[in-house]
Design a protein around this ligand. Structure first.
Ligand code: GTP
Length: 348
């Protein structure tokens, strides 16, 4: 059987991966796509945000941090998919993997080469990296994962260029080209991109990945004590070994739940104040909320100071109206957030 083409969709927290994927799923008529979703944190909100067309797509979840448990989780998810496809239990033509925003793509790529069963069934079509034009300069400076995501890309998509000036865009493109001279760069407004530029790119180039990380295919080595060759990449840092988990130290997530509806005015006041103070440390927050005054779910999300909400589907009669929010950030004041959110609920 022909190998199953697989697209790896990566990019830092809030860079527009789900937006792009939604667009692709809506547009990909006639193509059956199996989606593997991986989110950082305990709660999967993207599952609610992602469109699903009955019978056409399959969404596979694998919890936890893709970067730490990836080789095993991803391996078993892929092997499972291939087996079910072979048995005729599932039909799909391709796979898209959406990694968490803090994932290092290295171990994801490794899985396709180091594991025999995976290698016999799948091939990487391309690694697509979304870059949040508004926040990328800071992210690239602060976060090694962000630099590696750019370094490993076969194709770079810039989201949110509507929020920056032409000069800022030129400076960002220049920096991205310095980190990754190979990958074409294209602006993508809210995920709007022709399907042909997302799927079937056949753009994966292992040699290019090995230049970013010469140890990528070394199975046994633990990332410590080896020589680092500096290829004159930006700060030489994205040569770090993939098993280095920077985010483990400082990026944390927590979930807030409530079974009383939010008062929209109180919530907006509170969140407005909180992002003013803690915005720089709030890497990503999102949630599905029960809001007083509407029977529809409110999908709320933000990155640093930028926040927004949309009306989602109506709450079903048979489901519990529970709000859940995930906050991902550095040293977030959990007590203050929990207290403020609780005070933003309608009185009991
Ligand atoms: N202004 C603007 N906002 C965008 C654009 N693309 C995406 N967004 C918004 O950016 C936010 C994050 O987008 P997502 O697609 O959820 O990002 P993500 O990479 O899936 O986020 P995580 O999975 O949480 O890391 C959402 O509020 C989007 O509506 C764009 O081109 N311009």
């Amino acid at each position: 059987m022909a190998l199953i083409p697989t697209t790896i969709l990566t990019g830092f927290l809030g860079s527009g991966k789900t937006t792009l994927l939604n667009r692709v799923l809506k547009e990909a008529h006639g193509q059956r796509i199996a989606v593997i979703e991986n989110e950082f944190g305990e709660e999967n909100i993207d599952n609610e945000i992602l469109v699903r067309e009955e019978g056409e797509q399959i969404v596979q979840m694998s919890n936890g941090c893709i970067c730490c448990t990836i080789r095993d989780d991803l391996r078993s998810t892929l092997v499972d998919l291939a087996t079910q496809r072979r048995n005729g239990q599932l039909t799909f033509d391709r796979v898209v993997i959406e990694t968490t925003g803090v994932a290092d793509p290295g171990p994801v790529i490794q899985t396709f080469f180091m594991d025999e069963e995976v290698a016999e069934n799948f091939l990487i079509d391309s690694v697509i990296t979304l870059v949040d034009a508004k926040h990328a300069q800071q992210q690239l400076t602060d976060r090694q994962e962000a630099r590696r995501q750019v370094g490993f890309a076969d194709q770079l998509f810039l989201s949110k260029t509507d929020l920056i000036s032409a000069e800022e865009k030129a400076a960002l493109v220049h920096r991205l080209q310095h980190i990754n001279p190979r990958a074409p760069i294209r602006s993508v407004h809210f995920g709007e991109v022709p399907l042909a530029e997302v799927l079937d790119l056949r753009g994966f180039n292992l040699n290019a990945k090995l230049e970013v990380d010469p140890q990528l295919m070394d199975d046994d080595h633990d990332g410590h004590g080896h020589d680092h060759h500096d290829h004159d990449h930006e700060h030489g840092e994205h040569c770090d070994h993939p098993h280095h988990h920077h985010h483990d130290d400082d990026v944390k997530s927590f979930v807030f739940r409530a079974q009383r509806p939010f008062d929209p005015v109180k919530l907006e006041d509170f969140l407005g104040a909180i992002v003013n103070v803690y915005g720089p440390r709030m890497l990503r927050y999102k949630g599905v909320l029960d809001m007083a005054g509407t029977d529809r779910k409110v999908i709320f999300q933000g990155v640093h100071q930028l926040m927004g909400s949309d009306l989602g589907p109506a709450w079903r009669d048979d489901e519990v109206r529970e709000s859940k929010m995930v906050f991902i950030g550095i040293d977030l004041p959990r007590d203050i957030l929990e207290q403020g959110l609780t005070q933003s609920l309608v009185p009991a």
